[in-house]
Every structure is written in C-alpha cells, then in structure tokens.
Design a protein around this ligand. Structure first.
Ligand SMILES: N[C@@H](CCC(=O)N[C@@H](CS)C(=O)NCC(=O)O)C(=O)O
Length: 207
C-alpha cells in the first residue's frame, strides 16, 4: 500500500488546538487501522508548495502515494473507499453514509462555522443563531431515534458529525440531550482520544 502522509500546520495558537481539521483525518486513519505519518507545513509563512496542495492555504491535505487530496470531507471519503470500517459496501449503507457525511459538512458545519465566527469576532447575529438552532433541533430529532447516523453502526458519517458538533460553544444554547449523549458516546472512542492527544502533542512540540 502507498504511504499515507497527512500534512497539518507546524504550530497553531492555543485556541484551535484539539480542533484543527487534521484531527478528523487522523481519527479516520486510526479507526481504519491504516498506517500513516504526519508532516508539518509552516503556519506563519505559507509556502508556494503549500498552495500547490491546498489552494486556500489551509490544512489538512493528504498524500496517498502520488495522489494529493485536500478538503477534509473529500479526504475522509477517499479513506472510506479503502476501509469498510468507515463505510459499508452495500449500496444502501454506502448511500446513507455519503448523505450524512455531506450533511455534517453542508447542513451543519456550513451554519455552525459562520455562527461561531460571528460570535468570536464580537458580531453575533440573531438570524444566524436562529438558523443554527433550527439545524441543531432537527439533529436532536434524528439522534433521539437512533444510535448511529448510517447503516446502524459507526461510520465516517458519525466521525464527522461528532467532530462538527463537539465544538462546545456551538451546542451551548438549548437543551438537546440526545445530541449531548451522541457527542459524548462518539468522542469516547479510543481512536478519538488518541488522535486528540496526538494533535495536542504535535503543536505543543513546536512551542
Ligand atoms: N473546508 C476545509 C477547511 C479547512 C480549514 O478550515 N482549515 C483550517 C484549520 S482547521 C485552516 O487551515 N485555517 C487557516 C486559514 O484558513 O488560513 C476542510 O474541511 O478541509
């Protein structure tokens, strides 16, 4: 099998540590038992090579032999094609996994990230809050009636949805016990704990 090389920043400030999106890729690699290594790209002085791999100057990106792939969702689905642990092979289970993986990005994170940005930059917006609340309330309805999002077992869709929802600030308003239990359950997984510690250690090593 070709080498899998994940690239993240060499260092980031304290606030995003534990949340930089290389974590969701490390997590999938660990769940799938795929060997990989992590390399660094400068955070402060972004190189032309960085933009060659990630046109927005962001992280992460993954090298799979000669293949270079960016966008955490695309990387997760690339890995899901290598491992049945991440996505079942039956067409119905695969379709469910795909739809919930995209929902995590395009129905939840698409709202939660701008909401969070307005909050932390001191420009909270009530309409944005209402929009996020509505998405979270619908997720609460879904999670009340099921343990997993797809295929009645853990898939990459749960990994990504839990990674999006584990940002505490995003869940800090409204009472959504099923969502709380879901995030707690998925982030209890040993693979999550390992990669969280790995990411913290990676950035701490550069302090
Ligand atoms: N849609 C991208 C977003 C990547 C992203 O937001 N990366 C952050 C770290 S988690 C980053 O590089 N931020 C620095 C920047 O935007 O310049 C993905 O999911 O891979």
């Amino acid at each position: 099998m070709a080498d899998l090389v994940l690239t993240t920043y060499d260092w980031v400030p304290d606030m995003p540590r534990g949340f930089v999106r290389d974590l969701r890729i490390r997590w999938a690699l660990e769940e799938a038992g795929l060997p990989y290594r992590v390399e660094s790209t400068p955070f402060r002085a972004k190189t032309a090579a960085h933009f060659g791999h990630q046109p927005f100057g962001q992280v992460p990106w993954l090298m799979d032999g000669e293949i270079s792939i960016f966008e955490s969702g695309a990387i997760l689905l690339h890995l899901a094609r290598k491992s049945e642990t991440l996505m079942p092979r039956d067409p119905a289970g695969e379709a469910e996994t795909l739809q919930w993986t995209i929902a995590a990005l395009n129905s939840i994170e698409m709202v939660s990230v701008p909401w969070w940005f307005l909050e932390v930059t001191g420009a909270p917006n009530p309409q944005m809050t209402e929009w996020l609340q509505s998405r979270l309330d619908h997720m609460e309805g879904v999670l009340t009636s099921r343990e997993w999002l797809a295929a009645e077992r853990f898939t990459v869709a749960d990994l990504l949805m839990a990674d999006v929802l584990r940002v505490e600030r995003v869940r800090a308003f409204g009472r959504r016990p099923a969502t709380e239990a879901y995030v707690a359950r998925i982030t209890e997984r040993p693979a999550f704990k390992k990669v969280h510690a790995d990411q913290m250690a990676h950035f701490a090593a550069a302090d």
